[in-house]
Design a protein. Structure first.
Length: 318
């Protein structure tokens, strides 16, 4: 169960963090921009005009820039008022705390009393978030923590953070680490909620593996079919020639040795004739099949002269 805090406790929990958070603008006074005070005054006056007209959403950014240029106590007080009207109660609460602390140091009792009165009024409407950052996470020098996309100074990580009720998002990031993100719902004001930021896990380097499938065989084109057909025709004609020679040899031997015993080379000749006829049949059949089943194409036969005007060569294309 979330502990409830009295109003004075809320102030005490966050006073250290508030003073630290607003010490940063004051520390940069030595490196102010040219004409910073003049520009800050113009923005401050324009923002007051917008606030008088009820246009707080436009006035707040102007007051923020005016405070950046010149972190005057009056600018911080007006910015807290602007935050209060735009429901940024946690930031308004912290600014009122800083104004009250500065007013006490400057012995501006009237301003300090007004700021404390605003704190008392806002106390029941805000909650305190106690950030618990692990030691391992703190060792990350580039660790960044944001609350609702707004950066939180490192000096606030170990102190209370005053926020409004409702849904919030806490994120922690660091180079080479997996980001941490947590949604937090503060449903009741005046509570203290512990929020832990664990050590960030190392980011896993993913390697992209691309699988390239084996290329499919290229389909036969018309040129492939025609050349294969010519090759098969050459084989068929060669087989036919071999069969003719074998048959002629057998005929001559038969006619020259009529009535005599069969010569010793007759079986070989007969085998050659059979093989030649087989090759002729297969070659001619394959040549015809490849030629006539190929898509219709244009057959070109050209005689091109050789290099240096010598003998020509025959070029066949389909």
């Amino acid at each position: 169960m979330k502990p409830h805090l009295p109003k004075s406790s809320i102030v005490l929990v966050s006073v250290v963090s508030v003073v630290a958070s607003f010490a940063r603008p004051a520390a940069s006074e030595g490196a102010r921009e040219p004409f910073a005070e003049e520009r800050a005054d113009v923005l401050f006056r324009r923002a007051l005009e917008l606030m008088d007209a009820g246009r707080y959403a436009r006035a707040c950014p102007m007051l923020e820039e005016s405070r950046r240029l010149d972190p005057a106590m009056g600018t911080m007080f007006r910015l807290a008022e602007c935050y209060e009207h735009t429901e940024r109660l946690g930031e308004a609460f912290m600014l009122y705390q800083d104004v009250a602390a500065q007013a006490r140091l400057r012995q501006a009792d009237d301003r300090a009393d007004v700021a404390r009165a605003r704190l008392v009024a806002l106390g029941p409407r805000v909650a305190v978030v106690n950030l618990i950052v692990s030691d391992e996470a703190l060792r990350e020098t580039e660790l960044s923590i944001t609350w609702d996309a707004r950066g939180i100074d490192r000096c606030l990580w170990s102190a209370g953070l005053v926020v409004t009720t409702g849904a919030h998002v806490l994120e922690a990031t660091a180079p080479g680490k997996r980001p941490f993100r947590r949604e937090i719902v503060l449903g009741e004001a005046g509570t203290l909620v512990d929020v832990e930021v664990p050590p960030l896990a190392d980011e896993v380097t993913r390697r992209r593996i691309v699988l390239y499938p084996e290329p499919l065989p290229r389909p036969l084109t018309i040129e492939d079919r025609r050349f294969l057909s010519i090759g098969a025709l050459v084989v068929g004609l060669g087989g036919l020639t071999m069969a003719s020679i074998a048959g002629l040899s057998t005929w001559m031997e038969t006619n020259g040795t009529a009535g005599e015993p069969e010569p010793m080379g007759a079986p070989v000749t007969n085998a050659a004739a059979i093989a030649g006829m087989s090759l002729a049949g297969i070659g001619l059949f394959t040549a015809g099949s490849l030629w006539y089943t190929a898509p219709a194409g244009e057959v070109r036969i050209a005689i091109a002269p050789g290099p240096g005007g010598g003998a020509g060569v025959v070029q066949v294309s389909f």
